[in-house]
Design a protein around this ligand. Structure first.
Ligand SMILES: CC(C)(COP(=O)(O)OP(=O)(O)OC[C@H]1O[C@@H](n2cnc3c(N)ncnc32)[C@H](O)[C@@H]1OP(=O)(O)O)[C@@H](O)C(=O)NCCC(=O)NCCS
Length: 132
């Protein structure tokens, strides 16, 4: 990325065409949105660092074969590697549709209070899920 604000990893097919991709970005959660159970019910004074799964997509030709689920797991594994050196409080995702919300909830994400499509996975859960 030219501005060095995110990292995109691409899954290529045998012809070099893009089959899927995901993008991770360093972000921060507005203090008004911080789920209080992340901070023992205390509102933090500064926006806490988060890791955002900014994009995840599978080319229409390759959907329904398990690639989306595998790329999602890979994105979380990348997240855990990043967490080992630079801490953040949660992985955040802005779901595009209600189906996406349901999928992320099935993976342990919870809605950020006061939002409709923003979900978070506490870093402690990330560690547990990826190391499972
Ligand atoms: C969502 C998407 C990534 C799923 O990719 P896929 O390769 O088809 O997923 P899989 O084959 O691993 O799917 C297994 C199941 O998990 C669901 N799933 C997997 N990843 C998902 C995700 N990120 N969001 C919602 N559902 C997802 C699939 O819809 C499918 O459900 P079904 O069995 O009820 O049909 C793909 O459909 C896509 O690129 N959609 C458009 C972009 C999008 O919605 N991205 C997510 C942005 S938040």
């Amino acid at each position: 990325m030219r501005k060095n604000t995110s990292t995109t990893r691409v899954l290529a097919d045998e012809h070099g065409s893009i089959a899927g991709f995901y993008t991770l970005a360093n972000t921060a959660l507005d203090v008004s949105q911080v789920p209080l159970d992340l901070f023992d019910r205390e509102v933090p004074r500064y926006p806490p660092p988060t890791l955002t799964l900014a994009w995840l997509g599978i080319d229409a030709r390759y959907r329904g074969r398990g690639l989306g689920t595998r790329l999602f797991a890979r994105a979380l594994a990348d997240g855990l590697r990043a967490f080992e050196t630079v801490r953040f409080v949660a992985v955040v995702v802005d779901a595009l549709t209600e189906a996406n919300v349901a999928f992320y909830e099935s993976q342990g994400f919870r809605r950020v209070p006061g939002t409709t499509n923003k979900l978070f996975l506490p870093a402690s859960t990330l560690v547990a899920v990826v190391e499972e």
